[in-house]
Structures are given as structure tokens and as C-alpha cells.
Write a protein that binds this ligand. Structure first.
Ligand SMILES: [Fe+2]
Length: 203
């Protein structure tokens, strides 16, 4: 097999469970391959998330601009670190991490973030939904790898601790003194943004 045959389209091996020639000592190769698949899904979600957070960082406008704009950069940096950790864990387990933009779009099961220039409240409402998706999928991944690889499980739990805190930072902007979040119950980013904006305006 030539190098071009193995690297021409790195996402083609991602439809099912990838094969690995070796994995962590003490782990069966098929267990390693299953964990690699889970880690690749986390890598895709995290790459999408840190790009989306930067997009919001650039596109927020209106009151509270600087607070929200500056709140997002540390989240971008932390999520990039998480993506790097997942990718390097894939490599350590004998897999090949896929981080190209085209592969990301082919692998993901959600649409691109749908809001451009908009108010801080609208973007935070939409980000509430984004974080709900990422965090729910992290919980499922932790459950999935728990019996196969406690080391990966531990890493994903660490990531979740930070992701869940970042989600709180977002929701705290949308919460009233009664503990109600203005974007609650929305099923799309546009709906969440609209609900949050209307709540801010007292509609
Ligand atoms: Fe910036």
C-alpha cells in the first residue's frame, strides 16, 4: 500500500469502528479501536466547538459586548487543549486522529452554527443549545468507554468538568433571579436566540 492510498481521504475509515494494529498494553485491539472511535467523535465535536466559539467571539454586538467577547477566548483555548488531548490519545492508542475541515463536516451529525452578527443575548441563547449538545454527547461517551478504558474515561470526565462550567457561564447570562433560563425548551439555535432576545426585551 502506498502512502497516497493510506492518506488520500483520512475520513473514509471513520464510518464504522476503525482497525488498529496495536493499542495500549493490556487492552484488546478491538476495545482499543472502539475507544478510538469514541475519541474521534469527541475530537470532531471539540474542533467544531472551538471554531464556533471563535465565530461568536467575532460576531457578538451590542450591550455587554466586551464581557462576552472576552469571556469566550479562554473557552476557545481550553477546548482546543481538549481537542489536542483527544487527538494525541487516539495516536497513543494506535489510531490516526482526523482533524481536517472536510472530514469534520462529513463526520458531524449536526448543522453549522446558524447565527452571524447578532446581540450578545441572542448568541448566548444559541450557545446554550450548542453546549447542551456537546455535554450530552460527552456523558454518553463517558458511559461508552467506562468499561473499556478507565484512562480515557478519566480524561473525558476532566473535560466535562470544564465544559459544564463553561455552559454555566453561558446560562448565567440568561438566568433570572428565579433560576429560569430564557432559552429553556428551545429546539434550534435560532429559536433559542429569539427566546433569549425577547426575554431581554421584556416581550
Ligand atoms: Fe479576538
Amino acid at each position: 500500500m502506498t502512502i497516497s492510498e493510506t492518506t488520500k481521504d483520512p475520513s473514509t475509515a471513520l464510518g464504522g469502528v476503525p482497525t488498529v494494529e496495536y493499542t495500549i498494553p493490556g487492552m484488546a485491539p478491538d476495545a482499543g479501536a472502539q475507544v478510538v472511535k469514541n475519541l474521534q467523535e469527541r475530537l470532531t465535536a471539540l474542533t467544531d466547538l472551538h471554531l464556533t466559539l471563535k465565530h461568536v467571539h467575532w460576531n457578538v454586538v451590542g450591550p455587554n459586548f466586551i464581557g462576552v467577547h472576552e469571556m469566550l477566548d479562554p473557552q476557545v483555548d481550553a477546548v482546543r487543549e481538549m481537542a489536542d488531548a483527544c487527538a494525541e490519545r487516539i495516536a497513543a492508542m494506535g489510531g490516526s486522529p482526523v482533524g481536517t475541515p472536510g472530514a469534520l463536516v462529513r463526520q458531524r451529525t449536526w448543522d453549522d452554527y446558524s447565527i452571524g452578527r447578532a446581540g450578545t443575548t441572542e448568541h448566548l441563547g444559541a450557545l446554550d443549545l450548542v453546549y447542551q449538545g456537546v455535554i450530552s454527547d460527552y456523558r454518553a461517551a463517558i458511559e461508552s468507554v467506562g468499561d473499556l478504558d478507565p484512562i480515557t474515561e478519566d480524561m473525558l470526565i476532566d473535560h466535562s468538568t470544564d465544559l459544564e462550567q463553561f455552559h454555566w457561564f453561558v446560562r448565567a447570562h440568561l438566568e433570572n433571579a428565579g433560576g429560569q433560563v430564557s432559552s429553556a425548551g428551545a429546539t434550534s439555535e435560532v429559536q433559542a436566540a429569539q427566546q433569549a432576545g425577547e426575554s431581554r426585551n421584556g416581550l
